[in-house]
Design a protein around this ligand. Structure first.
Ligand code: GTQ
Ligand code: FE2
Length: 341
């Protein structure tokens, strides 16, 4: 073809655009290295606790359904999103003595991790789950749930939901109560004996038959756990019927950093949100150093080099991650030790 016959590129581009075609070689995002990891972000309890009190003053679940403050890091804010990590929303929920949050259900999986207070109950498909400090409560996809508080002090907990992931997948659905057609559940106590579980048809569900993981039990388990690959002690909150994650999209861990211990550098394609249960310390996340204290919440965005250490005594972190989603999709890559960058 002679040079003279070559068509005018701007005419061609216009014609492609009109036909909903786009040249890959002009796509700035194609065939580029991975973007730099997002920065970690910390919500310090000292800073947010008074702002939680302000929510008590201006909103009641009677009116707003759920008294919830979303944790939205700067990176999400810039993108006009409200998520906490790539796949999760983490929120703070507050209930005063005598208050209740009405029943509903949604396809989004949710969990609650109690930060402060006691005496509340989350009812999950009819099963009452007491909420004490450090307890983890699961409200898996499409289970009916409501919260009631009969304690003496306000209760504050961390909610985590797979909202961003389900929005991306187009699977979000919601149904208000009152609860109807409540499926049968099995008492958590039926799973309290290690290694021997009831033989039921519950294995057809993709979530744990246990909805409440008391802190005393998880703390006792992590205290005697052997060092994990990064040197920390780690236990996973599992479905006792499968040994897998408690819910399909959220994979939870309790991490113990012994006094003076420093973890081996770690990098993963998965994303976590951490909450400090006990102690204090610091985490290097990429180029940033996050200094944390009890009840602080921080993100561990994918791709960052991560090193944790406690300052002073033993520290414990609750972590909610999307690790198992990445693993099941063949997208989980984890590195330990010498990590460049
Ligand atoms: O407690 O049911 O933080 O439905 C966000 C959505 C909590 C809940 C949240 C919810 C709930
Ligand atoms: Fe809910």
């Amino acid at each position: 073809m002679s040079a003279a016959a070559r068509p005018d590129i701007s005419e061609v581009r216009k014609a492609w655009k009109e036909a909903n075609l786009a040249p890959l070689w002009e796509n700035a995002r194609a065939h580029r290295p991975a973007p730099l990891p997002d920065a970690a972000y910390l919500w310090s309890w000292a800073k947010i606790r008074p702002l939680i009190s302000a929510a008590i003053a201006v909103a009641s679940p009677e009116v707003v359904e759920r008294r919830v403050l979303q944790l939205v890091p700067p990176i999400a804010e810039h993108q006009g999103e409200q998520q906490t990590s790539r796949t999760l929303s983490a929120n703070i929920q507050i209930l005063l003595p005598g208050e209740k949050a009405r029943p509903h259900r949604h396809t989004m999986n949710a969990l609650r991790f109690v930060l402060e207070g006691s005496g509340a109950t989350t009812i999950v498909d009819g099963k009452a789950c007491p909420m004490e400090e450090g307890d983890l409560i699961l409200t898996p996809s499409w289970t009916w749930h409501e919260h009631i508080h009969e304690g003496a002090e306000p209760i504050v907990w961390l909610d985590a939901l797979d909202v961003p992931f389900q929005r991306y997948m187009g699977t979000g659905a919601f149904e208000p109560g009152p609860a109807a057609d409540i499926p049968e559940t099995i008492a958590d106590a039926a799973f309290a004996v290690a290694n021997v579980v009831p033989d039921t048809d519950y294995t057809t569900k993709d979530y744990s038959p246990v909805f409440r993981y008391p802190y005393a039990t998880a703390a006792a388990a992590v205290a005697i756990a052997p060092p994990a690959r990064d040197g920390s002690r780690r236990v996973r909150y599992v479905n006792p019927l499968t040994g897998g994650s408690g819910m399909a999209m959220m994979d939870c861990f309790l991490v113990q950093l012994d006094a003076g211990a420093v973890t081996l550098p770690f990098r993963t394609t998965a994303n976590s949100v951490c909450c400090v249960v006990e102690g204090s310390g610091e985490s290097q996340v990429g180029d940033d150093t996050i200094r944390w204290n009890k009840h602080d919440i921080f993100t561990l965005p994918q791709g960052n080099r991560i090193v944790h250490k406690s300052s002073g005594g033993t520290a414990r972190l609750f972590q909610v991650s999307d690790r198992d989603v990445y693993a099941r999709l063949g997208l989980l890559k984890e590195e330990y030790g010498n990590i460049s960058g």
